[in-house]
Structure formats: structure tokens, C-alpha cells
Ligand binder design. Sequence first.
Ligand code: A3P
Length: 303
Amino acid sequence: MADESKFIEFIDEALEKSKETALSHLFFTYEGIPYPVTMCTSETFQALDAFEARHDDIVLASYPKCGSNWILHIVCELIFAVSKKKYEYPEFPVLECGDSGKYQRMKQFPSPRILATHLHYDKLPESIFKNKAKILVIFRNPKDTAVSFFHFHNNVPDIPSYSSWDEFFRQFMKGQVSWGSYFDFAINWNKHLDDENVKFILYEDLKENLADEIKQIAEFLAFSVTEEQIHTISAKSTFPAMRAASQETHGALGPFLFRKGEVGDWKNLFSGAQNQEMDEKFKKSLAVTSLGAKLKYESYCQG
Ligand code: A3P
């Protein structure tokens, strides 16, 4: 449960900016990673260096389209269950998005603050680690992530479209999309998933056993909730429930953001050659890593 007015305000502003932005002008590069000019600025990145995280901040880290809004909703519901207070967004919840003054304003905001982010591990502000904030890291299989990302660009009327799926796939594999390469993001996180204060969450596990995963998230955050509360939160966190509420929670973007919510949608778009290219990339970069095993690639990306 959350008050989304700030959230929707920011989304509307970003969509308004997107209208006038061609795809060829959508990205700017900061420290080697492309970001959308409609949501990020270099001034904000500079200000972020000095951001003071708190011990009780809750960080939600993910590559775009891996289910960050899903986890955000679950964590807001958990906060509501334990505090009976509606979580109010002080700012747009993605840490690196917005104007450079947001971190100053966030100093006034009561705990716990939720800090969603798509930043690669090595780009996160140091204070998150120093102050030992808890971090939930959400991953989704790379094929469905790419497909979700493509539809997001091409379905939302105000966001610049790609000429085709093939064109998007090419850029995705090169890491020339917002927040850079999925694979670099994953490799960057790989060594830190078993760190103290870090919990790995897989989108596909959430799909398979929502109540169980919510319970584990509550335990990790040291939130004491009853079975009944877990049950209520999972009923409100299914795809149909979140999609039905999406206009209210996410404004005009809602129905596009909560598009299909399925595992395996990649089968509708990937060609044989694209499957092979991604399988090879996975094999080379992630298959032998511990994150590679956690992603259960054979189950969700093959066959
Ligand atoms: P699809 O485009 O495949 O439908 P993010 O929030 O990181 O932008 O991720 C968006 C993706 O998460 C979308 O994927 C969206 O449908 C999916 N999603 C959001 N809430 C969900 C839920 N409750 N159950 C399943 N998938 C969900």
C-alpha cells in the first residue's frame, strides 16, 4: 500500500519529455553506461556520489524490466502490514532518476526509505555498503527481460520505438540500451549476491511461489508478519491484481508496464539465430558463475 502521487507526477513528466525525443537522441553516456536523457542527468549522478544511505533504507536493485515494480509493491505492502502506515513516495522511487536536488530533500524523509535502482553494483553510492542498508536484488531470465524491454519501448506511445524486434535485439546484445548491458549488470552483481545484507530474488521464483517468496522477503527485512498478512499481500501482488490497479498506481503507463507478466514469452519473438546468439553469450559470460546457476537458464531459456 502506497501513496503514488509523486510517482505518477514523475512518470508523466518523463513521458512528456519522451514525446520530443527521437530514439537517436534518447541516450547519454555517463561513466561508460547509456542512460535515457528523459530520466537521468549527469548533475544528478554527481549529486548521487554524496548521497547518505541509512542503515534502515531498503534497496531494490535490478536491471530494467526484471520486475522492480512488483518487488516495490510487495515491499510497500509489507511496510504497511507492519506499520499500518501507507508508504508515501518522497520522490520518484528510482534513486538515480530525477533532479539533482532530490537527495537533499530525501534527508527529511522518514525511515524506512525505499531506494529502487537499476545502477550496476559498482555505480551504487558507497554509503549503501558502508551503512549496511539491506539490498534485494531481482533478476529475470535475459530472454524475457529483452522481450519485455522491447515491448515497453514499442507499446508506450510516447517512448521512442525501435524499427523492429531485430533492431532492438541487436542493441540489447551490444548493451546499447538504457542502463547498459544485462550481462555486464549481471557479471557486476555476481560476486556480491551472497554478501551480508544482500538477498537474491528470481522473478520466475516469485511467479512460481509468490507467498513463499514474500515470506522470505519479510524475514530478510526482519518484518514480523502473520501468515494471514502474507496471504493478503500475495493476493494483492498477483499479475491480474496489479494490472487491474495499474492505472491508479502508475497512471497512463500502468497497462503498458503490467503487460503480460509471463515466463517464456521470448518464444514468441526470438528467432533460431537469436536464441543461439544469446545462449552463446550466456555460456561465455555467466554459465560458470554462481549467478549463472541461480538464473536456472536451462529451465527458463532453453527448449
Ligand atoms: P512483461 O513486459 O513481460 O509483462 P519492471 O517493473 O522492472 O519494469 O518490470 C516489468 C515486467 O514485470 C513486466 O513484464 C510486468 O508485466 C512484470 N510484472 C510486474 N508485476 C508483475 C506481477 N505481479 N506478476 C508477474 N509479472 C509482473
